[in-house]
Design a binder for this molecule. Sequence first.
Ligand code: Z16
Length: 835
Amino acid sequence: ELAQVPSEQRAAWEKYTVPEGNDVDSIARSIVHHTTTTLARTPYNMDDFGGYQATAHSVRDKLIQDWNETQQYHTIKDPKRVYYLSLEFLLGRAMDNALLARGLKEPYTEATKQLGFKIEDLLEEERDAALGNGGLGRLAACYMDSLATLDYPAWGYGLRYTYGIFQQKIVDGYQNEVPDYWLTYDNPWELPRLDISIEVPFYGHVSKYSDENGRTRHKWEAGEIVQAVAYDVPIPGFDTNNTINIRFWSSKPRKEFDLAYFNSGDYNRAVEDQKKAENITSVLYPNDNHMVGKELRLKQQYFWVCASLHDIIRRFKKTDRPWSEFPDQVAIQLNDTHPTLAVPELMRVLVDLEGLEWDEAWNITTRTFGFTNHTVLPEALEKWSVPMLEHLLPRHLQIIFDINLFFLQTVEKTFPNDRDLLATVSIIEESQPQSVRMAFLAVIASHKVNGVAALHSQIIKDTIFAPFIKVLGPDRFTNKTNGITPRRWLHQANPDLSNLIAKKLGSFKFLKELSLLDGLSKYANDEAFQKEWMDIKYKNKVRLTNLIKERTGIEVNPNALFDIQVKRIHEYKRQFMNILGVIHRYANLKKMNAAQRKAVVPRVVIFGGKAAPGYYIAKLVIKLINSVGEKVNNDKDIGDLLKVVFIPDYNVSVAEVIIPANDISQHISTAGTEASGTSNMKFVLNGGLILGTVDGANIEIYEEIGDDQIFLFGARSEQVEDLRHVQRYRNVPMNPELQAVIHLIENGTFGESHIFQPLINTITVGKDYYLISVDFGSYLESNELVDEAFKDKKAWAQKSILCTARMGKFSSDRAIKEYAEDIWNIDPVPVPDKK
Ligand code: Z16
């Protein structure tokens, strides 16, 4: 909104609009100003946290100005925009990112120094914004960074959870969860928009009426209304003033007090009831790749989708365009099935509220939405019970049934008498009770459906969505391989390496054009460069060594091979196989004589990751890792040859320390189960090799970096189905080396063995769904190849450099350009420079 200032006052506004300088003096002045006003503190009672807060407010001022200019410019230009709907945004910390994006790290370092602080200490005071579980949420954050950096007119929409992903404490080797109440102190990175609030209806009933044209129309009378209030978080682009927005909704009781209660005089009851509204956005559901059919989660989804769509539509309506132009102005990307209720909601708005014909509304809807699928795991696919939907969103359920009816009618026309086909593609699953297959609804309602890596996009066409190829044609399906932002995952996390690369390539251009990294290849063999490169690696390993000591008390040797697996704990990711491999290594070391031990490559095996609080088996894996660590790390026989570390509370800011220190990282999911993986890209970008399965984006990483840089092993995805069948129904003996390892657990080598029995049972005869026994032999062999390769320091340094040099493809900038061109049909709208 460009408020028109009356001409008499315009001069005054201009006169007093004095942009703050970016020199050290002005920055120091603004930090002091915020200390004494915003924080109401004095220089005499300042500590690092106060220093952080004051500095953050100073940075925030700058972001808000860029944000304002970007939003005003986009309002004037009114281009087609993309809206990225994601129930998770795993942003991590904001301050370092903002300083680097705006090229202000140096003056802020100097200004804070003059005021008696070390900027590194101030940066450490910031709490992570952890409104996500894992890969999906962090992907959304990387994509917002790229959208801003590439000058796209884009917004994100999410929920402002009061509690983000829980904090993980390790007590006696077990995971304990602590609530992440991240808003205890004020959050300088958000702008409360208390004036922007939308009413979201729930429950109630639907009635029919005849409109002035004699058409039957539907009216939904809600039983409960909750207020959605906007909180905006500016996302600065790197080396551009473009600053986009993520709007997070928070639930509040509505402004109008419920009259019925009020009139009955039950004041306390009325207040109690209204407070329940705040429950909706109180907590992030802590499951990665797993659906739990709770009504509150469904409420979150509708609350978010309803508020976001109404906001989008309000913006569209300001320009008086006909509805037919909606898809030319608005692209909406559904990040997984979580926002799929946006489909019936848009239909409801268009048909019930705006009076459009069904067919026109459907045409608009399908041209507006794109859908990204992130998983094929059956337990992760969202299915909502029909009775629950009917209770919470009666009109939406009707609309879903109508969408299904019309869809099945067209299928029936093209494929007459194919009852089986109708049942397979139906949005409604005929279970007890019936349920709504959200992925099918999203596929049918979107003009493009994409997977997140080449293999994954092929698998969804061959399996979960196979019948839709036949029905909708192949063009609806496409691939968009994931990417990561090199700003955070190289420049911010590994500044020494970024500086070295810039020195070698002549500029920091590679941060916005990652393929330029290829220019490093020709130095891969250069001994002097290798030394500089590996010195930085060593420094990063020392940094991680210190973090490990601080967080676990364990001392590790930074000269050892650092072997890292950090990600959510899940059976399909097979951290269990990793720790079983560690036990095998330990047993081997114990058998060796002194001469043999001399030849061993010392290894530190590092784990990190959260288990969903209700995921019993995943929690046992954490316990086993810690029990093995306890035994191995205190075995005088072993010394530095093997250490096992579980780093508690893995999150984005810890990842920024862990990833640059990797020599090798493990991405060892059963083939066909990890849709893409994105940490694999971060590790390799930081000069690490991969030990991995032929799964997800590992395959495309292999194609880029070459087989000297990656150790691939295990069954191929095409074999998995047959192998599972064999494991299940034939009496195949367990891999003998695995058998020996299991024996060690069972004989109490790592403490009371009965604790681990349920975990062991998952891989014993007739089970082993994730094929650990099948892959174990080749996994051990690959691990030996890793040791051999690490012995040749010069060859290893060369590999490390080539890893980084060949990662150009995996920038999220590449991914976002593909989405923009092939799915959203949007163009960059760079904000012109002021001068
Ligand atoms: C998630 O993190 C992912 C998929 C999903 O359906 C739900 C959640 Cl919370 C992950 C995938 O497991 C991972 O392979 C992928 O790299 C990531 O999404 C981003 O696409």
